[in-house]
Design a protein around this ligand. Structure first.
Ligand code: N01
Length: 529
């Protein structure tokens, strides 16, 4: 017998936690179903060595409760995974959310019942029916593990950064291969290199990385933030990515600046560390000439840091900076000065296969004791499509999204009434401070449900016309930037066979204004019944 509730939330990461809190306050009966054994979502799964956030701790945290943000103390400028997980646990306990979370349970599918106006939800531990379903499944959840030939033949240990053993791994004395050089690899490599006897880094595309300049959180800075936390949150929400207002966005153009002005600004921000670098000039993401200036400055830093000129050259990216997500590091480029660390270029001669002893690339076998897959995710759509969602007339999400994700405001898919996607494709999502985007979406969804209830209505659904126009708009905005100009996971290019569509929408403030305007205008673009 299915259990009846008002709202079912898939996932108990930061999105799921805040949804439960808001739904409860609205008087809804709500339950979150979570595959993991605890809360935390991405911070529950990504336990690889060196995992930490690339948004500063005082900004990568909830703003919805003043007492919460005043009482929590972050120890570092960029919190490491265990501390962020502890924060998620604290939020769950402080707001007594655990009683409505079912852990170690996977949502298998959900079918819309048009007569009852409810979703029938199947899990591997029983069934539910719910008026509303929210996919709080996270954007970087479904693991991408390339299907290399011979994978099963390797006799050593294999790991994926996003499914790291809870007990940790000691690589002391081992020969280790790391496949990938994205954000996860760039954080893990310096630490694995300290332990391993030999480390082989298999690089297909070099990535731009800027020093994080992490360290203990300065008590004076923490006090200043807490003295006006609401002000900081408000200013951050005016930034394109919902964070970084303290370092600001320089309105000047890199193209018209003199070489001296450019270098001074890049250097100033390089010293600050982190994403401040991308705010050096206003046209970095839109003008190829401006972008090349910012890119070349990083290449110069790489060449200054890495002693072996051939290795330095291999580490220098050629795609526009920020086209793939920029990385933050602590000692990444310096790691390649260790005699035990070897960069293997697999751009032209890809990894061919695994063998019992290791892996073959470019015709050379590299014998190793362990292989670390830092190969990323089937981003943004992977976790939503892993659930067998069937909307009106049994239409599957796989059919609805066969040519790429279609939705309105990134929030609702036509033909799937009362089903919301949190921070999904078509919204700013991964281009932002995720917690800000989560709060914006949860507040909007909660308000929409309250509006239905107050109006004696039962369903809300995006119209196909509004969704088609929205997809066109997202593509148009992306095409005005350099984001779609390289093979990134933003485009789905990292997963063989995935439709190539630029998924996130650049520009948080304009997006939030649009969502609020839609709500003010009686949810235009949605049909309410
Ligand atoms: O994954 P990625 P990630 N053969 O997709 C390579 C967030 N995050 O887990 O670029 C050889 O970025 C692939 O090569 P290429 C953040 O948003 C945040 O590192 O496709 N190589 C690439 O180098 C980030 O962007 C934080 O040519 C193969 C790597 O694997 C996102 O998560 C920390 C390959 C995958 O890099 C994903 O990051 C960590 C193959 N067959 C993650 N297939 C912070 O907050 C893939 N690769 C700091």
């Amino acid at each position: 017998m299915a259990q009846e509730i008002d709202a079912l939330v898939v996932g108990a990461g930061f999105g799921g936690l805040y949804l439960l809190h808001r739904f409860r306050a609205l008087g809804l009966s709500a339950v979150a179903i979570e595959t993991g054994s605890d809360v935390g979502g991405t911070w529950y799964w990504n336990r690889y060595p060196g995992a930490r956030c690339d948004v500063e701790s005082v900004e990568y945290s909830f703003s919805f409760d003043e007492d919460l943000q005043q009482e929590w103390h972050w120890s570092e400028r960029y919190a490491a995974q265990p501390e962020i997980l502890a924060y998620a646990r604290h939020v769950a306990d402080r707001f007594d959310l655990r009683r409505d979370i079912r852990f170690d349970t996977r949502v298998l599918g959900a079918d819309w019942d048009d007569a009852a106006h409810r979703w029938s939800v199947r899990t591997d531990a029983g069934d539910w029916t719910a008026r509303f379903v929210v996919m709080a499944t996270g954007t970087l959840t479904a693991v991408n593990r390339p299907d290399f030939p011979g994978l099963g033949e390797f006799t050593g240990a294999t790991y994926h950064t996003a499914r790291w053993p809870e007990a940790g791994v000691d690589f002391t004395g081992q020969r280790v291969a790391v496949i990938g050089t994205g954000s996860s690899a760039i954080q893990a490599i310096p630490i694995i290199a300290e332990q391993a006897a030999e480390l082989f880094v298999f690089q297909r595309t070099p990535t731009y990385s800027v020093p994080a300049r992490n360290g203990p959180l300065d008590p004076a800075e923490e006090a200043a933030v807490k003295a006006d936390y609401a002000g900081l949150r408000m200013r951050d929400r005016q930034m394109p990515g919902g964070f970084g207002s303290r370092f600001g966005w320089n309105d000047a153009s890199a193209v018209t600046a003199t070489p001296e002005e450019r270098d001074a600004e890049y250097e100033r921000r390089w010293q600050i560390g982190g994403f401040a670098y991308l705010g050096a000039f206003s046209d970095t993401i839109i003008d190829p000439v401006a972008n090349e200036h910012a890119s070349e400055f990083v290449r110069r830093k790489i060449r200054e840091t890495v002693h072996d000129p051939a290795t330095a050259e291999l580490l220098c990216p050629t795609q526009p900076i920020a086209c793939k997500r920029m990385c933050l590091d602590t000692g990444y480029y310096e790691t390649f000065n260790r005699p035990t660390v070897h960069l293997v270029d697999v751009s032209a001669a890809p990894i061919e296969r695994m063998t019992a002893a290791g892996l073959i690339a470019g015709g050379v076998e590299h014998a190793v004791d362990a292989i670390v897959f830092a190969t990323g995710f089937d981003a943004m759509t992977g976790a939503v499509m892993a659930v067998d969602l069937r909307g009106r007339s049994g239409v599957s999400i796989h059919d609805a999204w066969a040519a790429g994700p279609v939705n309105y405001l990134g929030l609702m898919v036509p033909g799937f009434p009362n089903l919301f996607v949190l921070t999904g494709p078509g919204s700013p999502s991964v281009l932002t401070n995720m917690i800000v985007s989560i709060e914006e979406h949860v507040d909007w969804i909660t308000d929409a449900i309250a509006r239905l209830r107050d109006g004696g209505l039962e369903t809300i659904e995006a119209t196909p016309e509004a969704a088609d126009a929205w997809v066109e708009y997202v593509n148009l905005v992306a095409s005005l930037t350099l984001y779609p100009s390289c093979n990134s996971w933003y485009l789905g290019a990292n997963v063989p066979g995935k439709p190539r569509v630029f998924m996130p929408l650049p520009g948080l403030p304009a997006y939030v204004d649009k969502c609020n305007e839609v709500a003010r205008n009686g949810y235009e673009g949605f049909s309410l019944a």
